[in-house]
Design a protein around this ligand. Sequence first.
Ligand code: PA5
Length: 450
Amino acid sequence: MHPCVRFEAKFVSTELMAAAEEASSQARSMLTAIRAGTCTGSEWTGWFDYPARAGWAALEPVEDFVRKNDTFFDLVVVVGIGGSYAGARAVSEALAHSYIHGLPRSSQVPVVFAGHNLSEAGLLELMDLCDRRQPMVNVISKSGTTTEPGVAFRIFRAYLEKRFGAREASRRIVVTTDANKGALRALARDKSYRAFDIPDDIGGRFSVLTPVGALPLALAGYDVRAMMSGAESVFSDLKSDAAVSYACARKAAWDAGKRIEVTNISDPKLSAFLEWWKQLFGESEGKKGLGLYPAGFLSSTDLHSMGQYLQDGPRNMMETFLVFDQPVAQGSVQRRLAIPSQSGNADELGYLEGRHVEDLNVAVTQASQLAHADGDVPVYEIRLPRLDEHHLGALFAFHETACAISALLLGVNPFDQPGVEDYKKNLFALLGKPGYEAPGAILRKRLSGN
Ligand code: PA5
């Protein structure tokens, strides 16, 4: 049987292959150190083997809450930013009907997201949607102090209290935050909101399998058990080495002067997954002047724009295609769409009659792999059997493991994010939060060399 997540160097020079092979024994030692909890940043390795260690147990209260909830809702609003929202968005956008809002109700409840920007228009428009629905709001923040979700939650809390009254509003709000500390935990206690814990030893971008991702997805009707079992299958079978091979390929590419990794998807349903992936690698590796810049590429859309750059711009990138053998993820029935036959051949597409659109999409992937390889871009592929909760869970575990190894190979701590903290402090200062240094103080210190 094939392992669930396969990694393959499709069109890669023998030099890069040899360099990746050379990195593999060090990468395996990194994996052992992650497993043993002895790597750099080991206090943040609770995500590794999470299903077996804590995940299945943590799912029980989540499922119990969903089962016993007797407040009707037909919209899940997730308020969060970064690792506190990206995983739930990746799964719900990959698996929901793209036009769910315009269709009759199904077993899946639409999930929408707030608190990951400060667009006033966006918040107003989301409240327009809420006016037509019965929303349940899940606010997620580990620190409980991040400005964007804090502001959005204050707005949604006021909205719910005005519309439903304080009592019902408190049943429509669920909090996911640090088990003990932070403003959100205090508020949850004060208002008797139902609250779920984010484990101490798991940072935001590694938290999708915890209640951070599991709760909103379970509320919306996704199979979070399948997601957990997909992740478990990867953590319990790292012998297959796909994550190690991917990390080694990235390290070899970096050492050979590559500075960008482009992940190529061929279905917009995976766009939010790409955002999750970008955050994971960008925030984990981009330190001390190191780290491949993680960029996304959506085929065929970007083939007609950025494709030129990939083909012929600076040769400083590697490209990884994310491919599902069965990418049509709508319910249990495998629907297909064939090119219809027509009288005449004015559009010159008669030769495609009867072929499925997805088969053409597979040809697009092959055509771009060949073209980009021709253009001297090393081409890799991550392949899974099917787009569903199980395989997305497997992909999360695969990427988390590969990312941690990859960052450790570069010599950076995968689990901190000092740059993000700089921005957060500057924003507090600019907005006048009491107790924060004047805006730009960090920059001024750096320029003056102090
Ligand atoms: O990965 C991380 O730690 C960050 O991206 C955080 O998830 C993000 O900054 C949000 O932080 P918080 O959950 O504390 O609001």
